[in-house]
Design a protein around this ligand. Structure first.
Ligand code: FES
Length: 183
């Protein structure tokens, strides 16, 4: 009797297995298999991206402080050239001795003064500071003269201005060799 029961139970399990649609069984297995692979690949991809990113550190590429400003003969004696103010914030001034570069940055709060040819001065539009053609402050709140910049002649005959090297009037720097390009 007990054997009959066991046999019947086994037959019922077999039948149930037979009745179970094979497609459903496989697709469930497949689903979990694919999902596992997909998450593995995604993790791998993200890790690779992260490590690739580490190879290229975040660096700010600032524009070079050095620029070429043409040839000395491009500048007229007695004139202030405004050619480089917009792009480089620099005036080039030629006098009887040579050419010097004046940084167009007001020494009060950093506005950009304008060269007023008719008045022969640089005038700051922010608070009215005025500077002579040489760059010396004579009116308004600016506490000191405009700064001059390193200037030299390159091997190709072009003027090279380096804005990273400044010369201050109050420190007596304007007499230094690099503050004036003798031409
Ligand atoms: Fe030039 Fe104030 S910023 S006068």
């Amino acid at each position: 009797m007990a054997d009959d029961k066991k046999t019947n139970k086994a037959a019922a399990v077999k039948k149930a297995d037979k009745d179970e649609p094979k497609d459903t069984l496989y697709s469930r297995r497949d689903f979990f298999s694919y999902a596992g692979w997909a998450s593995f690949m995604a993790t791998l991809g993200l890790s690779s991206l992260y490590f690739t990113r580490l190879l290229y550190p975040r660096v700010l590429f600032e524009p070079s402080p050095i620029f070429k400003a043409g040839r000395p003969e491009d500048y007229t004696v007695g004139e202030v050239s405004t050619r480089w103010v917009k792009d480089e914030r620099v005036w080039l001034v030629r006098d009887n001795e040579g050419i010097y570069a004046v940084f167009a940055l007001c020494t009060h709060l950093g506005c950009t003064p304008r060269w007023l040819r008719s008045e022969s001065k640089y005038k700051c539009p922010c608070h009215g500071s005025g500077f002579t053609k040489e760059g010396i402050n004579f009116e308004g709140p600016a506490p000191r003269a405009l700064e001059r910049l390193k200037i030299a002649l390159g091997p190709d005959g072009q003027i090279v201005v380096d804005k990273s090297k400044k010369f201050l009037y109050e420190k007596g720097d304007w007499g230094k060799t690099e503050a004036l390009l003798r031409v």
